[in-house]
Design a protein around this ligand. Structure first.
Ligand code: 13P
Length: 250
């Protein structure tokens, strides 16, 4: 039986002081929930946030990882460096990186593999643009993004991975996919994986991202193929993020 998980993606929306306070507030208010929880701070804060999280059940993740393990790649952070700070997860292929930093299906595959090779769980973000959805291309776009990585790393690599379905039109917009809209795509993703390996498809956590809030988390988590959330804006408030985490209980 797969476990649920919520992951906070802090993006570049936090400073040093507020990161410290957010972690302290989360630890102080942590409810007892049988699900996984993780936060992805900006790289610079990873060492300190990791120290503060050391005795907690909150895992640490990164928002990205380099396509190579070492070398002349100015400004990049390798997976093995994240290893030094006990990063358990790394988001790869976030739509903001695809849109603003030229991430492609190919580079996302390289990042995915780098994370895995360093024993870091890649959180593969995929999702369609508004125009894709309006033109009825949602499934095609999601399949293309997923298959590009699958073809590169192979289905076995998805034993230790998380998939985040993040419709781009729902990110930071306040628009959320309805629970039914999200479930439909999550089921499709699971079926695509099941064509290659039914057991891996059954076990993998497929989480939803895009304006997840305490008000909509419960309905999303009630869906059979939605195993949690990748949360942006509402992960910056301990109260909201922990309410989302607590929505698994209901
Ligand atoms: P919001 O929750 O702010 O819409 O962001 C979602 C996201 O991009 C998480 O990676």
């Amino acid at each position: 039986m797969r476990k649920n998980i919520v992951i906070g993606n802090w993006k570049m929306k936090i400073n040093h002081q507020s990161a410290q306070k957010l972690i302290d507030d989360m630890i102080a208010g942590m409810p007892s929930v049988d699900a996984d929880i993780a936060v992805c701070p900006p790289y610079l804060y990873i060492p300190e946030v990791g120290q503060r999280l050391a005795d907690s059940n909150i895992a640490l993740g990164a928002q990205n990882v380099a396509t190579h393990s070492e070398g002349a790649y100015t400004g990049e952070i390798a997976a093995v460096m994240l290893n030094d700070f006990n990063c358990k997860y790394a988001i790869v292929g976030h739509s903001e990186r695809r849109a603003n930093y030229a991430d492609t299906d190919e580079t996302v595959g390289l990042r995915f593999k780098q994370a895995l090779d360093a024993n870091i769980i890649p959180v593969l973000a995929i999702g369609e643009l508004l125009e894709d959805r309006e033109q009825g291309n949602t499934f095609d776009v999601v399949a293309k993004q997923l298959n590009a990585v699958l073809d590169f790393v192979g289905i076995e690599s998805f034993k230790n991975a998380v998939i985040a379905y993040e419709p781009v039109w729902a990110i930071g917009t306040g628009l959320t996919a309805s629970a039914e809209q999200a479930q439909e795509v999550h089921l499709y993703i699971r079926q695509l994986l099941a064509e290659k390996d039914a057991q891996i498809a059954e076990n993998i956590q497929i989480i939803y991202g895009g304006s997840v809030k305490p008000q909509n988390a419960e309905a999303l988590f009630a869906m059979s193929d939605i195993d949690g959330a990748l949360v942006g804006g509402d992960s910056l408030s301990a109260d909201s993020f922990l309410k989302i985490y607590s929505s698994f209980q209901k």
